[in-house]
Structures are given as C-alpha cells and as structure tokens.
Ligand binder design. Structure first.
Ligand code: NAP
Length: 459
C-alpha cells in the first residue's frame, strides 16, 4: 500500500516537473512500436501481478470508444500544426511561426503530456509538416514515453526499499502507454498518383516513417478534387482506384483499419458499398465538425449517414482553430472577424464568394453559453466544446500545440453534457447566424493547389 502511494506521489511529481530531454535530430523514427507487444509480454512475465500500475487517470481512461477493431480514447489529438525545424525543410503556408511545436523539445513535451493524460490516439498525415509529420510524431512519442520512464527511474528521492518497485512501475507504464498508442495517418490524392498501387506504395512509406508493422488507421485524405485538366475539359476522378488501393492495404496486412476524410453522405455510401463488396468495412470518416460547423455544409447530415452505416466520424477543427476556447473572442488575424464580427476573407481571390459576414459580437454569445455551462460544471470552454462533439458520438481531434492544451483537452473525458445543456449550446450556436469555414490555407471547403483553389462540398 505504502509503495503504491509513493508511486502515485511520484507520478504527480513527475507530471509537474516535465522538461523533456533533447534527443538528436533524425528523419527515421527511433522507436519501433513493432517490438512493444513482445516487450510487454516479457515484462508481464517478469512482474507477474506484483505491481499493477494505477493512477487517478484510470477512470478517465475508461472513457473510450471504438473505430472498427481499435479501442481509442474518446478524444484524439491532432498534429497538423507541428512544424519541423526550419533548417530541415523550410517554411510553407500553414506552418506555425511562433515555434510552439517547432522544436523537438516542444513536441516531446506535448507527447509526454498526452501519454500521461491517457490521450493515446493521434492523427497525422503524410503531407503534414512538409512531409515529415509522421516521423516527428513517432519520434515525439518515443521521446515522451522514454522521458517519463527515465524520470521515474532516476528519482533519487525514492528510498532504496521502493526503488525496485518504482523502476518496475515506470517500465510497466511505459509499456502500456506505448501498447495503447493508436496513430491514424492519411494518403493524399494527387493528379500524378494513379492506380491502386499508388496507395499501397504510399502506405508502405508511411508505415516506415511511423516505425510500425501495421498502421492502425489509414485514411484517404480527401476526394480526388485536384483536377488541373479541368481547364482543358478533362476531369478524371480516381476515387475508386484509391478505394481499391485502400482495400489492398488491409488485405496485405499493412493496416488494421481503413477510413476516409472529407467525404459527404453520398460518397461515403459509395465507398462503404465498395468495401462491403470486398468483404471489408470502412471504419471512419474525418470531417470538419463542431458547434460552429453543423448545418451549413452538410456536416450533421454526414455524421448521420456515417452513424447509419456504422462508420465512426472523427471531427477536425473541433475548436474552430481556437474560437471555441477561453480565448475565443480574442483571436486576431484571419480569425478576427469570427471572433468579434465583421466581414472577412477566408481565401483568394478577394471576391464576394470568399467573404464571410459575421454579425457584431462574433462568436461571443456562444462563448458566453459555453462559459456558463462550464462554470456550472467546473469545466473549461474547451472541455465543454469537445464534450459536445463526444456526446454526438463523434471523436474530436483537438489540435495539440502545447502541453497546457493537451491537459485541457484531457478534461473533456470522463463525463457528458446533459441533453438540456446540449440544447442550450446548440440554440446559442444557431442564433449566431454564421458557421466557421476556416481561413486561407486552412479552408474547410477548398484546397489551394498551386494553379488555384479546388472547392468541394460534403455531398
Ligand atoms: N482531414 C482533414 O482534412 C483535416 C484538416 C484539418 C485538420 N485535421 C486534423 O484535425 C486536427 C485539429 O485541427 P486544428 O489543430 O487546426 O484545430 P482545433 O483543434 O480546432 O484548433 C487548434 C488551435 O486551437 C487553439 N487551442 C487548442 N486547444 C486550446 C486550449 N485548450 N486553450 C486555448 N486554445 C487552444 C490553438 O491555437 P494557438 O496555437 O494559436 O493558441 C490550436 O492551434 C489537426 O491537427 C489534424 O490532425 C484534419
């Protein structure tokens, strides 16, 4: 009993004194998640039931859901804003300029916090962070897990008698955190990627960058909307070729589950039927969804269709890029018109169709309601906003740019808003008179593709 109490105290101490170690830069993931099950089995054999490692987070960790055969926490973390060191790949639109997740240490701190909080489900894509996002994530997860273990192992405040227990507990923690980690990544359709084999080849490359034998969830990032031939009257939609490739990835054992992203109800049905004919199940669809994105672009209809088909929906921009957080009404730059009201452009060219008109007060009335519900429950705005999504049966992918944000997101688990509270929030959202449509490089209904912007809808 005394040793368990000490271990708990150690965990608390560790959590409050995080300063991830510097590890050498590398483009290859240093971890090999492949070997973890064997290592866990070996460790379990050594430990027997001597030290089952428990923390106060266990209750929250029971707040999980499923994507096909995968069991995941009901909140995921997104890494789109993780930026590689400048000297490695240079800057591109959409990269962060504030360096929050632009260093190895910062990313390791985010991963460490996530693992400690039991937020072990991460979303990335082959195209994130100028093509090295998967490697950054694999490295950060390895750094985070190693850091926590090392902190436990080197804590000199532990008396001799407890040292062995602490070492074993740290090791057990490390193993289970890594075993539970689920990573989702994405294939990007492009005009030069032709045929099913292009998906299999991309999947192999992602698998290597992630350092895994099987990718947990492999998604097609978007419908095949990039069609430069359009200007010459030539449009060639390769969606079905990509579905064939996705199916082969499962059949070859390269991936555990398959999903799509930015698919509306009809495409979702077609893809689902295609997979069913092959005896496969489409497990997920990732779309823009939040209190600020329900009605305007078929978002809720897409969630409803997915539910009907038994497909899990994952929500990106769940916090509307920070508008649905405590600081939502103070957002500046391209988000300012959403935050306070006014007319703003969300993309080029500066034409009326790229304008969003937001009534005076912007998002504030909704924030007031989020704050009121949060105050009654002792929760933050972020936690209430994420919890609303969870209550819709959807997994929010919260942007993980700082350790603080990760810990905030973790508080969305372990409880649910009541139907009454949900209605209050939905009424406040509906009364705003606008929905969130993203901004410029991060528009939700269009993609900048060099020769212009290709637009799509969740049809
Ligand atoms: N499938 C797709 O096409 C697609 C498209 C976009 C995104 N995604 C996925 O969805 C994930 C989420 O997108 P996102 O990160 O852009 O959107 P988000 O979660 O709606 O917003 C993230 C931003 O909100 C702010 N924030 C987050 N937590 C906060 C907190 N607790 N308190 C205050 N501010 C907070 C931060 O802004 P500051 O850093 O400025 O403070 C952060 O960068 C991505 O990482 C990616 O994995 C997928």
């Amino acid at each position: 009993m005394a040793s368990s109490a000490l271990i708990l105290a150690l965990c608390a101490l560790t959590a409050s004194s995080l300063a991830p170690v510097k590890a050498p830069a590398s483009t290859q993931p240093r971890n090999n998640i492949l070997s973890v099950p064997e290592r866990i089995a070996q460790k379990r054999q050594e430990l027997g039931d001597r030290l089952p490692f428990t923390t106060e987070q266990i209750d929250i960790e029971e707040d999980t859901t499923t994507i096909g055969s995968l069991e995941v926490p009901s909140v995921a973390l997104g890494t789109i804003s993780w930026t590689p060191e400048k000297e490695r790949t240079g800057f591109r639109p959409g990269d962060r300029l504030d360096g929050k997740v632009g260093t190895e240490e910062a990313r390791a701190a985010v991963a460490t916090a996530a693992l400690e909080e039991g937020l072990t489900f991460f979303d990335t894509a082959e195209r994130y962070s100028v093509g090295v996002g998967e490697t950054l994530l694999a490295d950060a997860l390895a750094d985070g897990a190693e850091y926590i273990t090392r902190e436990m192992e080197t804590d000199v405040s532990v008396g001799e008698a407890y040292l062995a227990d602490t070492l074993a507990a740290g090791e057990e923690w490390f193993m289970s955190a890594k075993q539970d980690t689920v990573v989702a990544t994405k294939f990007t359709p492009t005009p030069w990627r032709r045929g099913a084999q292009s998906v299999v080849d991309a999947c192999e490359a992602s698998r290597k960058r992630l350092g895994v034998e099987q990718i947990d969830l492999y998604q097609i990032h978007m419908p095949d909307v990039v069609q430069p031939g359009r200007f010459f009257g030539f449009v060639e939609c390769k969606d079905e070729e990509y579905w064939e490739g996705l199916a082969r990835c499962v059949e070859l054992g390269l991936v555990k589950e398959i999903g799509v992203s930015n698919y509306g109800p009809s495409l979702l049905r077609k893809c689902s039927a295609f997979m069913a004919k092959r005896g496969l199940k489409l497990a997920s669809n990732q779309i823009h969804y939040s209190l600020l994105a329900r009605n305007k672009g078929n978002n809720q209809a897409t969630v409803d269709a997915a539910n009907e088909l038994g497909i899990k929906t994952l929500a990106y921009y769940p916090l509307a890029m920070g508008l649905l957080t405590d600081k939502g009404d103070q957002r500046t730059g391209a988000l300012e018109h959403y935050a306070t009201g006014g007319t703003g452009f969300i993309g080029f060219p500066f034409l009326a169709k790229n304008q969003v008109r937001v009534p005076e007060g912007g998002v504030k009335p909704l924030l007031d309601e989020l704050r009121a519900v949060g105050a009654e429950r002792g929760k933050t705005v972020t936690q209430v906003a994420l919890n609303w999504i969870m209550g819709s049966g959807v997994i929010p992918i919260a942007g993980a740019t700082t350790e603080k944000y990760v810990r905030d997101a973790a508080g969305a688990r372990g409880w649910r808003l009541t139907a009454d509270e949900r209605r209050r929030l939905e009424d406040a959202a509906d009364a705003l008179g606008f929905e969130f449509q993203g901004t410029f490089a991060k528009r939700v209904d269009g993609k900048f593709v060099g020769y212009g912007v290709e637009e799509w809808r969740l049809d």
